[in-house]
Ligand binder design. Structure first.
Ligand code: GDP
Ligand code: MG
Length: 602
């Protein structure tokens, strides 16, 4: 295809603003999906995405489009490559690679809701990539829509005229044809060097049980052809191109892909880690010398211990994690043992949603009942003797003379009605946040920008934010490096023995409240024994809180499990079956359920 006829674009939207519905309309309008094959959210393929209404993996689909104004028979149809970006913050790097494959983007905003945090965070990324931005209001069919108000807001934000904001209904299809025309008119055609060695950027790779890894690329320079031998520039690994083609919308083989084209490659590899997002593909012989800019290794940001509720499920858990890893280059894990929870794995995730998605898939697709320890971030610890430690598990926090500890930071974008500014500032302050800037998008909507320690967000920040703003605030964030902080490890001891699953790394000023909270919780949860059980919280050898479970046997399991109802019910059923598993810590017998309850947030 002549690059002049190609337009590569993506749709940026806050969750529920109608991205998938708009994509569906585009598939229909360009005639590549017939009416009777059409099902809602055609492109959201994963079950869990469908149910939760989130897009986890991106896809690219090729749409033929004859602009309506020049729709005479002679005009060549344009090729629109629509690249669906993962919407969530955890996947910032993948979003950035999808954006890097585009020359323009559609900024889609719900005409009844207005701009939200995810809209902004993705818009900033799009601006960093110099994309042409087409502002669009969706859902204009809704009675509650306020297109004029939000057109002004959008125009103000990106610096255009309110009249330039397109208005569509993805539901009825109104305005969608005009939008595709604007994509052709406004988005620049891709440019590249046709006779140079091939350079194609990987923006996604997906494992398919039948075909192996399917790698999505945008060809920047040169051409890749079927049966050619290719080389991955980050590793030097070479493969044969068994198949190359485009999604239209199902995989359709082609002879090759040239400058500006977007499509897929199949080489027969079975593991997405051999086809890394951000990497450059070139020919094995006479290939390019310089890879495209921007490659990064996926880096887990959040860690949690995952343990099977039933210890005999351990091999299945390992098997399941291996399977998930085939399709998820950012998932890492290694075995770990906990005195309280038995055999399990320390698992690394990109962020909280990633953790939740993996956990849910393990429980749902692999039928495993799991216990997860409280998520923690990764710390760099420098000792006075010059040695350094990377800590992904609080129990590994080194003892001895520590010079300094670094923790990961994020740049957060918060958006809310102006009446909640005070509440948000209070919350961010309590979480060690630093206000970087504040803007009024309109009279009654404010954007706040903070840097915050990731550790302060991973636990329950989002819930706290929602409850302080009656659900009106939205949040997005991205990593921005590390910062030195005054951090200590708090241990919890039962009768003098450390309970590893409860060790936590917290800011010095919060050590006391963490210690008191855990000690109190455990006192309520641990059944009385024949003897007294002291519970202590300690920083190093210094005890900062103490509770006691008094003697006298009384076998009542505490009333309150945190967490959701179904999990609670499951636990109670297990218990009824008489399979009450006791863990022995030192001399103390503790029902496993008590550990689980103590680990859930309150
Ligand atoms: P996404 O999260 O951005 O992919 O949003 P979806 O496409 O899943 O849409 C979220 C909800 O908004 C769904 O219930 C859609 O049916 C609805 N929706 C999307 N577009 C429109 C529209 O133009 N009008 C109306 N009334 N509803 C819409
Ligand atoms: Mg969607």
């Amino acid at each position: 295809t002549d690059p002049a006829l190609i337009r590569n674009f993506c749709i940026i939207a806050h969750i529920d603003h109608g991205k998938s519905t708009l994509a569906d309309r585009m598939l229909q309008l360009t005639g590549i999906v017939e009416e009777r094959q059409m099902r809602a959210q055609y492109l959201d393929r994963m079950d869990i995405e469908r149910e939760r209404g989130i897009t986890i993996k991106s896809q690219a689909v090729r749409l033929p489009w004859k602009p309506t104004e020049e729709a005479d028979a002679a005009a060549a149809p344009h090729i629109l490559n629509m690249i669906d970006t993962p919407g969530h913050v955890d996947f910032t790097y993948e979003v950035s690679r999808s954006l890097a494959a585009c020359e323009g983007c559609v900024l889609l905003v719900d005409a009844a809701q207005g701009i939200e945090a995810q809209t902004l965070a993705n818009l900033y990324l799009a601006m960093e990539h110099d994309l042409t931005i087409i502002p669009v209001l969706n859902k204009i069919d809704l009675p509650a829509a306020q297109p004029e108000k939000f057109a002004a807001e959008l125009a103000h934000l990106i610096g255009c005229e309110p009249e330039d904001v397109l208005k569509v209904s993805a539901k009825t299809g109104e305005g969608v044809g005009a939008l595709l025309d604007e994509v052709v008119r406004q988005v620049p055609a891709p440019v590249g060097v046709a006779d140079a060695p091939a350079r194609a950027m990987i923006f996604d790779s997906v494992y398919d049980a039948y075909r192996g890894v399917v790698t999505y690329v945008k060809v920047v320079d040169g051409k890749l052809g079927r049966r050619e031998r290719i080389r991955m520039m980050s590793t030097g690994a070479t493969h044969e191109l068994l198949e190359i083609g485009t999604n239209a919308p199902e995989m359709t083989a082609a002879d090759g892909l040239g400058v500006g084209e977007v499509g897929y490659l199949i080489t027969g590899v079975k593991d997405v880690r051999q086809s890394k997002v951000g990497d450059t593909v070139t020919q094995q012989n006479k290939g390019a010398e310089e890879p495209l800019a921007g490659y990064k290794d996926p880096k887990p940001m959040v860690f949690s211990g995952l343990y099977p509720l039933d210890g005999s499920d351990y091999p299945e858990l390992r098997e399941a994690l291996h399977k998930l890893q085939l399709n998820d280059a950012a998932l890492s894990f290694e075995p770990e043992t906990s005195a309280a929870l038995g055999f399990g794995f320390r698992v690394g995730f990109l962020g909280l949603l990633h953790l939740e998605v993996i956990r849910e898939r393990l429980e749902r697709e692999f039928n495993l009942d799991l216990i997860a320890t409280a998520p923690n971030v990764i710390y760099q610890v420098r000792m006075e003797d010059g040695t350094e430690h990377t800590v992904t598990n609080p129990t590994e926090f080194p003892v001895g003379k520590i010079a300094e500890v670094e923790e990961p930071m994020v740049r957060a974008t918060l958006l809310a009605p102006s009446e909640f500014v005070g509440a948000i500032m209070e919350l961010c302050q309590a979480r060690r946040g630093n206000l970087q800037g504040m803007d009024y998008l309109s009279e009654d909507r404010v954007e706040l920008r903070y840097t915050l320690p990731l550790a302060e967000i991973v636990f329950d920040f989002f819930d706290a934010l929602k409850s302080k703003t009656r659900g009106y605030a939205s949040l997005d964030y991205e990593p921005t490096g590390e910062q030195v902080a005054d951090l200590v490890k708090v241990d919890i001891l039962l009768q003098g023995d450390k309970v590893d699953a409860f060790s936590a790394i917290v800011h010095k000023d919060k050590a006391y409240s963490y210690g008191v909270r855990m000690a109190t919780k455990l006192r309520e949860l641990i059944p009385r024994q024949q003897f007294e059980v002291p519970i202590q919280a300690a920083v190093g050898s210094r005890v900062i809180a103490r509770e006691t479970v008094r003697a006298i046997r009384k076998d009542v399991l505490a009333k309150c499990y945190g967490g959701d109802i179904s999990r609670k019910r499951k636990l109670l059923e297990k218990q009824k079956e008489g399979k009450k598993r006791m863990k022995v810590v030192g001399r103390v017998e503790v029902p496993q359920e008590a550990f689980i309850a103590a680990l859930s947030s309150d």
